[in-house]
Design a protein around this ligand. Structure first.
Ligand SMILES: Cc1ncc(COP(=O)(O)OP(=O)(O)O)c(N)n1
Ligand SMILES: Cc1ncsc1CCOP(=O)(O)O
Ligand SMILES: [Mg+2]
Length: 477
């Protein structure tokens, strides 16, 4: 039997510790009835004879439902009972030897923990890769940790199907949103569940949506701007214009318009946390933009939830200082941002006054921009996009990432209606990160987008007006 990659979608791996008086083949039947698309019999503590007996019983069930059965480790047993294939690890029989013994018709899956192992397995003729442990697991004592980034890179660069394995459950399975994998291999969240059929069915539904989803997803955590030019409203418009699915967690409400902020209504930290739970446990965001958050408790709640859900591609716009130079948030909140939120960021996007506060350095020219960006990036272990302007240059932004600098030259656009430019730039960067662009390309595309929004010369309100976030839609007329 040759592998159909759809069979990898929900790959159930057995463990007879969960038998509880039942037979292994009965548990496997429940998993298949719930939607398991492939089974691996993996029993580390059985004699060869016991393993063979169990494998034959499980094989009968798998054949009844036309679900492929693979044997863990034991290549000879696979041949002996004519199973559909084997799964071997880096310490098991060599892949080329295994292929020689089993021939071209059997499925051979190989474990990989890094790009080197993945490429070698591909070159030596593996049919699929099992990559993990992605999350922590009790099932395999000697499991090696594999990061989501490594999994993502393997999925992008190695041209055979990939399943993730290790600690995958009903909640964290959503974290695979945006990773181009073919399925998940699971032991305990299937066979350790009270209702194996129901657990399998729920997992199958989730992984099916993730594997077939083509729409990037993006979340903004920020304040609402009633006049729609900045904050949550600008972020949602920007994300839509840049073709991602946009979600929002409202961290504060403002009564404001183009002439200023009239009132602020804070949102409880616990309600911010609830909103994040609602989003992350249903539609997992592939990037997160964080805008103005001014309450210590709210910042702490956001940081905790970002860690709990292993959020990735986090763009933090550290809104702390108004263009006039006035501080917008308390020193206590700035300290909480620095300690708790910045270390989680992929990139920070300060303007010149904010970079001065964060670095403690005065910035009067481009050389001092380089020094401040380096100080902030090295201090918080993230990339920094230090936005120009403010009398230093037209709109040349500096990206500092891993000891390297890159300037992004901006076109001077004679438009005083710049309400919400910071929100717009950071949410456009988040959109492109969600679309899978690297940071450099995301910044370039975000700058192009904002230049277009300014150049559209929208002129609304009696103060500093908003930009035309939807200018890209005009191209469709
Ligand atoms: C689908 C899948 N992926 C990885 C493994 C792990 O195999 P291995 O590294 O050989 O470890 P053991 O399972 O033998 O302990 C797997 N079994 N299945
Ligand atoms: C076999 C294996 N290989 C890497 S992690 C793992 C165990 C997976 O089990 P669980 O799904 O219970 O974490
Ligand atoms: Mg093995």
């Amino acid at each position: 039997m040759k592998l159909d990659k759809k069979d990898l979608l929900l790959y159930g791996v057995t463990d007879s510790h969960y038998l509880n008086g039942r037979k292994l083949c009965e548990l496997v039947e429940e998993a298949i009835l719930g939607g398991a698309t492939m089974i691996q019999i993996r029993e580390k503590e059985m004699s060869h004879e016991e393993f063979k007996q169990e494998a034959l019983e499980v094989q009968e069930v798998c054949q009844k439902y036309h679900v492929p059965l693979l044997i863990n480790d034991d290549v000879k047993l696979c041949k002996e009972i004519d199973a559909d294939g084997v799964h071997i690890g880096q310490d098991d029989l060599d892949l080329k030897e295994t292929r020689k013994l089993l021939g071209e018709d059997k499925i051979i899956g190989v474990s990989a923990h890094n790009m080197k192992e993945a490429k070698k397995a591909y070159e030596d003729g593996a049919d699929y890769l099992g990559v993990g442990a992605i999350f922590s697991t009790q099932t395999k004592n000697d499991a090696q940790d594999v990061s989501m980034n490594t999994l993502n890179e393997i999925c992008q660069k190695v041209d055979i199907p990939v399943v993730a394995i290790g600690g995958i459950n009903q909640v964290n399975v959503l974290e695979f949103m945006g990773i181009n994998l073919d399925g998940v291999a699971i032991v305990s969240s299937i066979f350790g569940s009270e209702d194996i059929q129901k657990a399998s069915s729920l997992l199958k539904d989730k992984i099916q949506r993730i594997v077939s989803n083509k729409m990037p997803t993006c979340l903004t955590i920020a304040g609402s701007d009633s006049s729609g030019g900045a904050g949550i409203q600008a972020d949602l418009k920007t994300m839509l214009a840049n073709r991602v699915y946009a979600m929002s967690v409202i961290a504060a409400l403002t009564a404001q318009n183009t002439t200023g902020v009239d009132a602020i209504y804070d949102v409880d930290a616990s309600f911010v946390a609830s909103q994040m739970d609602s989003v992350f446990t249903d539609i997992y965001p592939m990037a997160v933009k964080i805008g103005m958050v001014s309450q210590k408790e709210v910042i702490l709640a956001i940081s905790e939830k970002l860690k709990q859900y292993h959020a990735r591609n986090i763009v933090v716009d550290p809104v702390m200082v108004a263009t006039s130079g006035a501080k917008l948030i308390s020193d206590e909140a700035i300290d909480t941002l620095k300690e708790n939120l910045f270390p989680l960021a992929t990139v920070l996007t300060p303007n010149i006054p904010e970079a001065e506060v964060l670095s403690g350095l005065k910035i009067n020219n481009e050389k001092e921009m380089l020094e401040a960006a380096k100080y902030i990036g090295d201090h918080y272990h993230c990339a920094v996009l230090l936005k120009g302007g403010h009398q230093i240059n037209d709109a040349n932004d500096l990206l500092y990432k891993e000891e390297k600098y890159q300037w992004f030259k901006g076109k001077r656009i004679n438009n005083n209606n710049t309400h919400g430019t910071g929100c717009t730039l950071s949410s456009a960067i988040a959109s492109y990160l969600a679309r899978g662009e690297n940071l450099e390309n995301a910044v370039k595309k975000a700058k192009d987008y904002i230049s277009g929004a300014l150049a559209a010369m929208l002129d609304l309100g009696q103060g500093q007006g908003p930009m035309d976030h939807g200018y890209v839609l005009d191209k469709k007329d």
